[in-house]
Write a protein that binds this ligand. Structure first.
Ligand SMILES: Cc1ncc(COP(=O)(O)O)c(C=O)c1O
Length: 299
């Protein structure tokens, strides 16, 4: 994974903090911010390719859906939020490999305490921008299965793309301890949900399969790949899939905005398929890459 030094000149990007555009090394928010105190907010991870923002409308839509579910009024319209994204990217000189975390929290609190009645003032809106090429090794990564379950809608609906990521961070620590890149998280019935930060797909006998959108962040990349597969005339299945389906698949890959599509070489130490990225994965990797160069909202 690439991890550029936050304060080197090359990475001192311009970020947006509550109406101001500032160098990221100087950006500050209150220690009383609900995001800092409680992980109380929603976010989107968004990419800029060749001066164009990929799938911007879908990101803004999912962000506003999460805010509705969390009862947070961002204080700006969808169009204004879209403009925040565009102006923040415009303020940076790099035109590609920029990744934005657009984050909205419930804002500042009068004093510590989780009750939203303690909140004063408007929501906090921050658009972090980093120079961040796709973060995984495209030749293939390894996964382990986490001992932790992805939250069910009984606990917190994973469809809400919220900033409270401890569930996934603890799974990521398990992956780190075992020398793997990501951790597969099962749902509370034992079916595969997603990895700690990405969506999962597998392909077997020419059928492309992915878990149902029940215990997962409904990935924008996921939905795009399903559309691409349909356009190719391929068979697809959204279903309850177990580790059996993934470990015995011909191909497995992860996907998401931050890392694009990445083949999986092994799960829990067991090699997947024939070794290298399979033909379905390679085809989708090429199609996705091509689309990122042709589609998008110009800044
Ligand atoms: C847990 C999780 N799964 C999947 C994704 C991928 O979503 P997308 O394809 O919309 O980037 C994300 C992205 O933030 C995520 O946090």
């Amino acid at each position: 994974m690439n991890s550029p030094d936050v304060h080197t000149e090359a990475t001192d990007t311009i970020v947006y903090v509550n109406g101001a555009l500032v160098p990221k090394s100087e950006a500050v928010i209150s220690i009383y911010d609900s995001g800092f105190c409680h992980g109380d907010g929603a976010y989107e991870g968004i990419r800029l390719y060749d001066g164009k923002v990929f799938r911007l409308e879908a990101h803004i839509r999912r962000l506003f859906e999460a805010l509705v579910m969390l009862g947070i009024d961002p204080g700006v319209s969808r169009d204004e939020m879209t403009e925040i994204v565009l102006e923040t990217f415009r303020a940076n000189s790099l035109r590609t490999d920029l990744h934005m975390r657009l984050q909205v929290t419930r804002g500042r609190k009068r004093m510590t305490g989780m009750n939203p009645k303690l909140n004063i003032g408007p929501a906090t809106i921050v658009a972090f921008v980093d120079h961040k090429p796709p973060i995984f090794d495209k030749s293939g990564i390894t996964l382990i299965t986490s001992t932790l379950r992805r939250a069910s809608p009984n606990v917190i609906d994973a469809k809400i793309h919220h900033i409270n990521q401890l569930n996934q961070i603890l799974a990521s620590i398990e992956a780190n301890r075992q020398g793997a890149d990501e951790a597969i998280m099962l749902d509370d019935r034992g079916f595969v949900a997603e990895t700690n930060s990405t969506t999962l797909f597998c392909a077997k006998d020419g059928v492309l399969m992915t878990p149902l959108p029940t215990f997962i962040v409904v990935g924008i990349t996921r939905n795009l790949l399903l559309d691409m597969a349909h356009a190719e005339g391929w068979k697809t299945r959204e279903a309850d899939l177990s580790l059996y389906d993934f470990i015995t698949a011909d191909e497995v890959f992860i996907c998401g905005t931050v890392g694009e599509l990445v083949p999986v070489k092994a799960i829990d130490g067991r090699a997947i398929g024939a070794g290298g990225p399979g033909p379905i994965t390679q085809h989708l990797m090429r199609r996705y890459k091509a689309l990122t160069h042709t589609e998008g909202t110009a800044i």
